[in-house]
Design a protein around this ligand. Structure first.
Ligand code: TYM
Length: 331
């Protein structure tokens, strides 16, 4: 009997992994992998909702797997795979799209933001993206979805779609819950602390594989305010509050401890100290990711094995869904 609860989460290989996705998502995954049955996905099908260079997408998808492992995710323990290797995601997405309202998708803030940014290329894929995300989660009957705060709205929509489907066809889907970290749920840009740190805005974004000197430069240049006190106050001191959050998420210290540590020191000491903490956090991850990238055969074996296990689980749900909606069984 399998009594463990299940987790599904994923990151788009639409850019290099960022400190935001590490603190908002991956760090939690590494903690939760011991208690849950987990699937960690590289959601390449999501990435093509905006134009990608094919060679870069291919390289980043494999590099992302190496970085997942380097961050401490154990491929023996978790199912780690590439979304496009499991065709059931697209198949379930079609069915769920027929249980999703046009208006619901139009209300998604990420769609509104991205369609502004890519005004010359607002595709149907960008619009229906949250349906694919719901399919990712529901295919595996996930109980928990560990994500950063920006994905909360999409998980809520997933729950609405699942509840609607279950209302029509009882006992089909587990209703998942979002799991948001206490520290690091919303890491902000170092250059514009009122905005989320995002791979699509490289300015103010720290990447997991950034060189130490680049990390230090980015933190030394981080936008703060014209006071001198290292104090947590999101409203009035968004830059310093963000740096405190990053420092605490990197070191495991509490905000109160960090405030006390830098009480008599100005930003000139504090900013490089945060940089150092991040460099130290990332150093072993970078070394391990570099080593793994030289072992392509191993990475290939991990994602092939992951896809096989994921397909087995996905197929069980998809068969159930097809039967419930009235499709004739193929055999
Ligand atoms: P994506 O690829 O934009 O981000 C991956 C994860 O990192 C979190 N995150 C952040 N957390 C804190 N601060 C930040 N600045 C920051 N930037 C990113 C995100 O919240 C996310 O958890 N739609 C999803 C990918 C996805 C998915 C799924 C997630 C597709 N299917 C199913 C969970 C379950 C996305 O675009 O995340």
């Amino acid at each position: 009997m399998d009594a463990k609860k299940r987790i599904f989460s994923g990151i788009q290989p639409s850019g290099e992994l960022t400190l935001g996705s590490y603190m908002g998502a991956i760090k939690n995954w590494t903690a939760l992998q011991h208690e849950y049955d987990c699937l960690f996905c590289i959601v390449d099908m999501h990435a093509i909702t905006v134009r990608q260079n094919p060679a870069d997408l291919r390289r980043r998808s494999v590099a992302q797997l190496a970085q997942y492992i380097a961050c401490g995710l154990d491929p023996e323990k978790n199912i780690m795979f590439i979304q496009s290797h499991v065709p059931q995601h697209a198949e379930l997405s079609w069915v769920l799209g027929c249980f999703t309202q046009f208006g619901e998708l139009g209300r998604m803030t990420q769609f509104k933001d991205k369609s502004q940014k890519h005004a010359d290329n607002i595709t149907a894929g960008l619009f229906t993206y949250p349906v694919l995300m719901a399919a990712d989660i529901l295919l595996y009957q996930a109980d928990l979805v560990p994500v950063g705060a920006d994905q909360m709205q999409h998980v809520e929509l997933c729950r609405d779609i699942a509840n609607r489907f279950n209302y029509n066809f009882p006992d089909t889907f587990t209703i998942p819950e979002a799991f948001i970290p206490k520290m690091g749920a919303r890491v902000m840009s170092l250059g514009a602390p009122e905005n989320k740190m995002s791979k699509s805005e490289p300015d103010g974004c720290v990447f997991l594989m950034d060189k130490p000197e680049d990390i230090m430069r980015k933190f030394k240049r981080a936008v703060t305010d014209c006071e001198t006190a290292v104090r947590y106050d999101v409203e009035n001191k968004p830059g310093i509050s963000n740096l405190l959050t990053i420092y605490c998420a990197a070191t495991g210290k509490t905000i109160a401890d960090a405030e006390a540590e830098f009480a008599d020191q100005g930003y000139g000491i504090f900013k490089p100290a945060v940089g150092e903490a991040v460099v130290e956090l990332l150093r072993p991850i970078q070394e391990e990711a570099g080593r793994l990238m030289k072992d392509k055969a191993y990475l290939e074996q991990v994602y092939q094995d992951g896809a096989q296990k994921a397909q087995y689980l996905a197929n069980k749900t998809l068969r159930k869904v097809y039967k419930k909606v009235g499709f004739v069984p193929a055999k």
